[in-house]
Every structure is written in structure tokens, then in C-alpha cells.
Design a protein around this ligand. Structure first.
Ligand SMILES: Nc1ncnc2c1ncn2[C@@H]1O[C@H](COP(=O)(O)OP(=O)(O)OP(=O)(O)O)[C@@H](O)[C@H]1O
Length: 682
């Protein structure tokens, strides 16, 4: 039996084949599809005082016509008409483009109501909606739908009215009274009315509140269900590590762990012990000390007789990790090997043999680590140090190899909380939210390119103190060649400026791996004082004596990337500086530069970045891990997201959710998704 909501839109009065096609193109076939198509904004038709209306805002005013309309034709169909209106005490102009047909309705002395964008400087309203006479029965708020020009707003609203009347009482409300009641959320019919035909601001706000909550609750239910299912089905390793040995390692470290580091080590080690497979994200701002945490956890797995793997995004980083971990772990007997794309065939073969035989405890490298022919004897823990998510592909390779290790993802990109919850909602998250003691704020300045010579004086002063510096040139992937040239030019200029006093090194993606190594080593050992580099040093490079950074064309970078780059300095006890050379043209670019000078806090910058660029672009490209919400907005609805998270956890662990009739609709949504099988599909 077809229920009302499943009836086709063609059952509505006035929907012929033309409109039906248009609606189908918008993804609307049934009455339910139609009523669940939400407007992307509401036009506000309340009367406003023009004197208080900000520039460029849309406004509706009533006014008395004070002149004959002057009409000018600008071509066959184009025209411009202008008339003077007295709105309250204000004499303004109303301009109508291509609405010559209104001329007869505009007579001097009559009252008219116009809506349009207000140009405050020129005192002009650019009219988009007109009615003769004072404002009467027009709705105060009218929804505006995204219709791609296929059908007019007015006709669409007419269909909507009919559809709402038809389905009223036939829709199943996924939210039971026990949830709606305490939050005073309207039921589905009332909420739909408020979304499509709001009587006032409150009405539409309440309706929106309901759908935002519903959407986020369903999302959270899915995420929590996935987590739970994975825990139940993933019989992973229970890694019984030797706590005494861990304590000893921690005691021998050159510094005391911060409380945050201790806390996350505990969280991760607790997961290792559990028999299910760990699936955890470790977030920590640049320089917060994630590497040592990784080392301790890998060592934990090793004390229990397992092998560990640490995967880095670049070769430089893999080498740097290998040398740090070697320093900490080799003295206590851990056998470490490095494997990257440039490991020579013979050396590679030796590593692989030893790995399979169990003679290597810890393998560090790039993606080369999880190639099919890399076989571990007993892999217990994989840590990946990457900006982005550990790909589906890599999980598949591990699975095919029969490995079932615990996995920890480390990210240095502070991900705004709301994004972390949504993009990584099915994972457990640990956060290092504290910097090692004694860290100083990196003083950040924004200067114009033309001030470079002044800057070089500052640079020399810093070098004279024995410090080192990075000079960053942009690398835009589409034209690596040009960027390399750019870096070479800057290198030549710096080498000329600094003469024989300080040696300058050059680093970019096109160098041979051996050359990269060589440059990096001489910089970290202090022979090279100034490193001119493209963004290849962006992640993870750790040279605590480097305290000065100049970033050329800084406006070409996003906030997250600038923050990562800046994080290369300020990693030791000395005061550090970062100078952004930039001539941004856009307001957004200026705002980015200002934000960098104002804060060192990666989480604050990440929130700002999210606000400036929107969630889709946050990761630098469209990230498939981010679900698209119809109503919820990740920048502003974070409170609702939190509430939904707590509620989802409670619901899933309650008997009522699984048994009661009133929860059936919500339960059905969950059952129809793949969440209960531990799969994420969005
Ligand atoms: N508890 C601590 N006390 C003092 N120094 C520390 C502490 N933990 C780490 N460090 C030092 O801080 C510096 C940064 O640590 P690390 O390289 O692990 O940062 P990170 O979190 O990996 O940052 P990035 O993402 O930028 O690589 C290193 O020089 C490290 O030795």
C-alpha cells in the first residue's frame, strides 16, 4: 500500500509533466521528498528602519512615491527604472532593473512596499520584490529554496503548501516524545510548517532546532553504533606490556612528560591491553611532543613480545623519527630498522628477512612499510603520523596480510572539535592540550614584501646569537617547477646577502633523497645556518636551535598550513620569531595574516580556518570523511552536536532504545544503515 508520504508529486494539483521533470531533477519524486527539501535561507520581509540598516543588507521598507518613475531601456529586454521614495523621514531612491512592467503601479503620492539590497552610501534600494500599497498580508518570512532556476520559488511554494497539507498526520516522527519533550522540540508536522511557512522568527528557529538535533542525533547514533560494533567484533590482540619497563624508560628521558602526555600514554596503553582492536586518534598541536608518546607506546607493545611500526608521511620525517627513537630505545635493547622508498634493494631484503624472523622490533618508514611483501612476525601496533586519515586502502592491505594490529593515528593538524567528532566520530580521540614547560610564544609579524631588507638585518642579528633560520617559499603543486625556481632564486639572494658569514642550504621536493638527507642533516647539526626551503619541511621537522622563520608569499597558504610551518620554530628554550611576508588582496587573506599574529594556539586557528573556509575545504580538499548535513552547520551547531553525542551514548546503552515502541522509528533508521555492522558509509 502506498502511504500518503510515498505518493508521487504528480498527484498534486498543477504538477504537470514539466514541473514533475523539474522536481525530479532536484531529487524530488514523492510528497515526502518534497516536504523534506529544506530552504537554504529565509527572506525576511519585516519592515525595517532604513536609517539603522547596514550597508549591503536586504531590507523591506514602505514609502511614499515622491517622483515620476524615470525609465531607461538598456537593450531589448533590459531596463533601469528609478523613483524617489519617502521612507519614514528618509528620502531614498528605489532602482528597478528589468521590471519596466511595474511603471503603471508607481504613481506619485501612492504608498508602495519594496524589498532589496540597501546601498547605504548611495542611499539606494536595489528592488527585487515590489508590492503596491502598504505592507499587508505578505508573510514576514519566506523560504528561499535552491531550485537551480528549474522552477520558480512561487510555484514551488504552492506545491509545498499542498504537499504539507496532504502528508499532515501521515509522517512518522523519528523523535519520540521522551526526547522532544525535555528540549521542547516541535513534532515533525509543526516543524515542517515552521521551516516552510514560518509565522515568525521563533517559529522558524524552533523548527530548525528540531531538525538540526534530529540530524545530529541520528549521526551520533550511527557513529556510536559503529564504535560499539567494532569493539565487539574486532578481536584484536591483548597486549600485556611490562609496566615496570615502561616506567624505567620514562625515567631515563631527558625531560619530564607533561601531564597531557602522561594522560594520553595511559589512554593508549589501556587500549593496548584490551582484547579489541584499538582505533584511536592522537591529536596534538605542533611541537606538543607526540613523538615521545609514540615511542613509549611502541615500546609497550615491544615489551609484550610484539613488533611495532611507525609510518611517516615523508622520508625526511621517517628518518628523523628513526634517529629520535633510536636515541631513546636502542640503549634499552630495541632493534630498530628504517624502510623507505629509497632503501636500496639489498638493504631492503635484509630488513625484510629480519622482520619476518622477528629480529627487528620496530620498523620505521614511509608507506613503504605496508607493501604486500613486508611481512611481520607479530605486528602489535601501527602508529601513523599523518595529516590525513589512514586510507581505506592501507587498512585493506593490512587486513589482507592477516595482520590485526592496534592502530593509532597521530595528527599535528588541530582539528576543530566539531570536525573531529564528525570526521573521526567512530574513533576514540586523545588530545595533547598542553605544551612542554618553558615554551615561549612565537612572536609573529606580518610585513610587506618591500620590507625584506629590514628583515634581513633582523635575521643577521639572530644568526649572530648562534641561532638558525628557515626561509619558506611557497610550493603550489600545479607548478612545482616554477616553485623550485622560486626557491633557487631566494637561495641565491640569501647566499649573496649572507656571504661567507653564514652558510645557506636549499631544500625542495625535486632534490635526490640523498641530497635532501644531506641538507637536512647539516641543518640539524648546525653547519647550515639558514635553510631556504619549500613547504617540504612543513610537518614534523625538529631542529630546536632554529628560532627564526620567514615565510614568503604567506597569503598563498591556508591558516592550518601556516601554523604547521611556524611550528618548525619555537621548539626549544629560545625566543622564536615568525615573519609573514604578504600582500594579501582579499579581506579573507588579511584576516588570515591577522589571526596568525594574534594567536599561537592551533585549535583557535583551526576554528578560525573552519569559519573562513567552511568545513568542506578544511582539510585542503574535499574530504570524503565529512558527512554532508542538510540542516546542521558544523561551525555554529557545536553545542547541539555535543548534546546529541551524550544522548546517543545514553540511548544506545539503554534497554528502552532497543525495545520500546516509541523508539521504533529511530531504531529502524539505525538498522537500515550499516552502522550496526561496524561499517561507515557516508
Ligand atoms: N615533556 C617534554 N618536555 C620538554 N620537551 C619536550 C617534551 N616532550 C617533547 N619535547 C620536545 O619538544 C619538541 C617537539 O616534540 P615533537 O617533535 O614530538 O613534537 P610533535 O608533537 O611531533 O610536533 P610536530 O607535529 O610539529 O612534529 C622536541 O624537541 C621534543 O624533544
Amino acid at each position: 500500500m502506498v502511504t500518503k508520504k510515498d505518493e508521487l508529486v504528480t498527484s498534486l494539483k498543477g504538477v504537470g509533466s514539466g514541473s514533475a521533470n523539474a522536481l525530479r531533477e532536484l531529487g524530488i519524486e514523492t510528497l515526502e521528498d518534497l516536504v523534506m527539501t529544506f530552504p537554504y535561507r529565509h527572506e525576511d520581509f519585516r519592515l525595517k528602519n532604513i536609517a539603522e540598516t547596514p550597508h549591503n543588507e536586504r531590507v523591506t521598507v514602505e514609502g511614499r512615491v515622491e517622483s515620476e518613475p524615470s525609465l531607461l531601456f538598456l537593450g531589448q529586454k533590459k531596463s533601469r527604472m528609478q523613483v524617489r521614495l519617502l521612507a519614514g523621514q528618509h528620502l531614498i531612491k528605489a532602482v528597478f532593473f528589468n521590471q519596466a512592467y511595474l511603471k503603471n503601479k508607481i504613481t506619485p503620492g501612492s504608498i508602495v512596499t519594496v524589498t532589496g539590497k540597501w546601498d547605504r552610501g548611495r542611499q539606494v534600494i536595489n528592488v527585487s520584490t515590489f508590492s503596491a500599497g502598504p505592507k499587508t498580508d505578505q508573510q514576514d518570512f519566506e523560504p528561499v529554496y535552491s531550485l537551480k532556476g528549474l522552477i520558480s520559488q512561487k510555484v514551488f511554494r504552492k506545491f509545498m503548501r499542498q504537499a504539507l497539507d496532504e502528508v499532515n498526520g501521515h509522517l512518522i516522527d523519528p523523535l519520540p516524545e521522551s526526547i522532544k519533550g525535555p528540549y521542547r522540540l516541535p513534532d515533525i508536522s509543526e516543524a515542517l510548517e515552521g521551516i516552510h511557512f514560518p509565522q515568525n522568527v521563533e517559529h522558524s528557529k524552533n523548527a530548525r532546532r528540531r531538525f538540526v538535533y534530529e540530524e545530529l542525533l541520528v549521526f551520533q547514533l550511527k557513529m556510536q553504533a559503529i564504535k560499539k560494533a567494532r569493539k565487539e567484533q574486532n578481536v584484536g590482540n591483548s597486549i600485556a606490556f611490562d609496566n615496570e619497563k615502561l616506567k624505567k624508560l620514562i625515567e631515563t628521558l631527558p625531560y619530564e612528560l607533561t601531564n597531557a602526555q602522561k594522560r594520553v600514554v595511559n589512554e593508549i596503553c589501556r587500549d593496548l591491553k584490551e582484547p579489541h582492536r584499538m582505533n584511536r586518534l592522537l591529536q596534538g598541536d605542533v611541537g606538543s611532543g607526540k613523538t615521545i608518546v609514540a615511542a613509549i607506546c611502541l615500546y609497550a607493545a615491544i615489551t609484550a613480545g610484539y613488533q611495532g611500526a611507525l609510518m611517516a608521511p615523508t622520508e625526511i620525517l621517517a628518518e628523523q623519527h628513526a634517529s629520535s627513537l633510536d636515541e631513546w630505545l636502542a640503549p634499552i635493547g630495541v632493534k630498530i630498522a628504517l624502510l623507505t622508498g629509497s632503501t636500496k634493494t639489498k638493504a631492503r631484503r635484509t630488513v625484510l628477512e629480519n622482520l619476518e624472523a622477528g629480529n627487528i622490533d620496530l620498523l620505521i618508514g614511509t608507506h613503504a612499510l605496508i607493501q604486500p611483501d613486508v611481512v611481520f612476525k607479530q605486528l602489535g601496533l601501527v602508529i601513523t603520523d599523518e595529516q590525513h586519515r589512514f586510507g581505506v586502502e592501507q587498512r585493506r592491505v593490512l587486513k589482507e596480510k592477516g595482520e590485526n594490529p592496534d592502530v593509532l593515528f597521530m595528527t599535528a593538524t588541530p582539528i576543530p572539535r566539531t570536525l573531529a567528532i564528525t570526521a573521526f566520530g567512530e574513533m576514540d580521540v586523545s588530545i595533547i592540550d598542553e605544551m612542554p614547560a618553558g615554551r615561549k610564544k612565537i612572536d609573529t609579524y606580518w610585513m610587506k614584501q618591500e620590507q625584506l631588507h629590514k628583515l634581513i638585518v633582523r635575521l643577521k642579528a639572530e644568526l649572530a646569537k648562534g641561532r638558525q633560520a628557515y626561509i619558506i617559499c611557497p610550493l603550489i603543486e600545479e607548478s612545482e617547477k616554477l616553485d623550485v625556481q622560486n626557491a633557487v632564486d631566494v637561495y641565491n639572494m640569501m647566499a649573496a646577502e649572507l656571504g661567507t658569514d653564514y652558510s645557506v642550504g636549499l631544500m625542495h621536493g625535486r632534490l635526490h633523497p640523498d641530497e635532501k638527507d644531506e641538507v637536512m642533516r647539516s641543518f640539524s647539526e648546525g653547519q647550515v645556518k639558514v635553510l631556504v626551503s619549500t613547504t617540504v619541511v612543513e610537518v614534523g621537522v625538529n631542529v630546536p636551535n632554529a628560532t627564526f622563520m620567514i615565510i614568503f608569499d604567506a597569503e598563498r597558504f591556508g591558516l592550518a598550513q601556516l601554523h604547521q610551518l611556524r611550528g618548525r620554530v619555537g621548539r626549544g628554550e629560545h625566543q622564536s620569531y615568525c615573519i609573514l611576508l604578504a600582500d594579501p588582496k582579499s579581506e579573507e587573506g588579511k584576516e588570515r595574516m591577522m589571526s596568525m599574529t594574534e594567536t599561537n594556539d592551533g585549535f583557535v586557528l583551526a576554528e578560525k580556518d573552519l569559519e573562513l573556509r567552511g568545513p568542506g575545504d578544511f582539510f585542503g580538499r574535499k574530504q570524503s570523511g565529512l558527512p554532508e548535513f542538510k540542516m546542521a552547520d558544523l561551525v555554529h551547531d557545536y553545542r547541539a552536536l555535543d548534546t546529541a553525542k551524550v544522548d546517543a551514548e545514553k540511548l544506545l546503552s539503554s534497554d528502552e532504545f532497543w525495545k520500546s515502541d516509541e523508539m521504533e522509528a529511530l531504531r529502524t533508521i539505525l538498522i537500515h544503515s550499516k552502522a550496526l555492522d561496524g561499517e561507515r558509509i557516508d
